[in-house]
Design a protein around this ligand. Structure first.
Ligand code: FEO
Length: 181
């Protein structure tokens, strides 16, 4: 006959209140809040570069991406808060606003996304090790998001490479990027 597990007996409410994340998972998520703000800062730096080159479409694309990164930071922030953790914010260093070329800037975007993917996967791994199922569920959205983010940065690199030295083609691509919502 089925019987309730001994660990469940007597539970009326969790004394500490909220469902805290695992220790390591919570620490990594706190780091990730700053990392996502850092990502926004990087993209704003790239936007500043493209604006300085009169490539407003590229700059717009980077600004939209920067705002997405701010929303990512706040997703982690809200998740930690909802779980009863106090959010900590790390420092963010100065970011580059000058690149050797459009290609160098978009290559930096992909390199950064690849670094973020490693950090997101580490959170997923920690949440599994700590059996922190709410965090594992939460981080699933970011795992899917990183596939999209790496893919769009890669596409941008390929398109900039296709343009090569052609200024008219660069302006056409710039106009296309201006339409990003
Ligand atoms: Fe929030 Fe582009 O990673």
């Amino acid at each position: 006959m089925w019987s309730i597990g001994s660990s469940l007996k007597g539970i009326i409410y969790r004394k500490e209140g909220k469902m805290k994340p695992g220790k390591k998972t919570g620490e990594l998520m706190n780091v990730q809040v700053t990392q996502e703000f850092l990502a926004a800062y990087k993209y704003f730096g790239m936007a500043a570069y493209f604006d300085s080159q009169s490539l407003q479409g590229f700059a717009h694309w980077m600004k939209v991406q920067a705002k997405e990164e701010l929303s990512h930071a706040m997703k982690f922030y809200e998740h930690l808060h909802d779980r009863g953790s106090t959010v900590s914010l790390g420092s963010i260093e100065k970011q580059e606003t000058n690149f050797a070329s459009a290609l160098a800037a978009v290559q930096e975007a992909l390199a950064h996304e690849q670094r973020v993917t490693i950090l997101i996967n580490a959170i997923a791994e920690a949440s599994e090790q700590e059996k922190d199922y709410p965090s594992r569920n939460f981080i699933g959205w970011f795992i899917a998001e990183q596939v999209e983010e790496e893919s769009s940065a890669y596409l941008l690199i390929e398109q900039v490479k296709m343009v090569g030295e052609s200024k008219p083609s660069l302006l056409m691509l710039d106009r296309k990027l201006a339409k990003r919502e």
